[in-house]
Ligand binder design. Structure first.
Ligand code: NDP
Length: 252
């Protein structure tokens, strides 16, 4: 898989949810470098989003405030993209949150809010782009799940349920829209260095790296490289799959 942009997404229009930081930001930058026009959402970080949009240029990037847990805001966001660029080919459902605690202590509110952003948000955004993609007779839906959705993790009942749900929903939508030349796949990142994982101290990070066959924590660019491939014509015979990008941590 190429780590170097090739321009293979020239002419494509992409939406990336949660593109202001971390993995989403790397995806936005990679898709733009591959030639796509990229609309991306942020929820609470207007500053970083504006910086990214300015660096990429207004012909290449569009930053839109949108809480993916809010269906009205998602519908308005999709309309803005269609008004600006007239079509949508690629959706990357990346926005996600954690609210970790052991199940015995987890409130229903914390369970439901994680499901709402990570799973319902993915459903709402996917549903909103299906018609425009059908109009193009070409589409790519790429959902950022997590390896914990495959193997579980203590303290993350809400998050694990949301990510396992995303993996299952991806298979359902892949079957529903395959005849329209719309492909849907999941990426399940392992441990990737972002704000979400910055809570671990150095000793914890060293211990974690030792358990990873490739002996390093992943970078957001490792995920973005697979997104770029799955969004391209080279991935035209792949749908309904989940790819772990985790340095060999799970090998399920
Ligand atoms: P970060 O916390 O670094 O960034 C999260 C992004 O999602 C931000 O751009 C944030 O926007 C946005 N976001 C959060 N809530 C909402 C919302 N309600 N509506 C719209 N956007 C929202 O996360 P990561 O980059 O680490 O994670 C990205 C994805 O990868 C997530 O789905 C996560 O579950 C998944 N993942 C991450 C792993 C890791 O090790 N980092 C491992 C496995 C999966 P804003 O800043 O504006 O609030």
């Amino acid at each position: 898989m190429s780590q170097n942009p090739t321009g293979r997404l020239e002419g494509r229009v992409a939406i990336v949810t949660g593109g202001s930081r971390g993995i989403g930001r790397a995806i936005v930058e990679r898709l733009a470098a591959e030639g796509a026009r990229v609309a991306f959402t942020y929820n609470s970080s207007p500053g970083p989003a504006a910086e990214i949009a300015e660096a990429l240029g207004s012909d290449r990037a569009l930053a839109i405030q949108c809480d993916v847990a809010n269906p009205e805001q998602v519908a308005a966001m999709v309309e803005k993209v269609l008004t600006a660029w007239g079509k949508i080919h690629i959706l990357v459902n990346n926005a996600g949150i954690t609210k970790d605690t052991l199940m015995l202590r987890m409130s229903i509110e914390d369970f439901e809010s994680v499901i709402r952003t990570n799973l319902t948000g993915t459903f709402v955004a996917t549903k909103a782009v299906l018609r425009p993609m059908m109009g193009e007779r070409w589409g790519r839906i790429i959902n950022i799940a997590s390896v914990v959705g495959l193997v579980g993790n203590p303290g993350q009942a809400n998050y694990v349920a949301s990510k396992a749900g995303v993996i299952g929903m991806t298979k359902a939508v892949a079957r529903e829209v395959a005849s329209r030349n719309i492909l849907a796949n999941c990426i399940a990142p392992g441990y990737i260095q972002t704000d979400m994982t910055a809570k671990l101290n150095e000793a914890q990070q060293t211990e974690l790296s030792a358990q990873i066959p490739l002996k390093r924590i992943g970078q957001a660019a490792d995920i973005a490289a697979l997104v770029a491939f799955l969004a391209s014509d080279d991935a035209g015979y792949i749908t309904g799959q989940t790819f772990a990008v985790d340095g060999g941590m799970t090998m399920v």
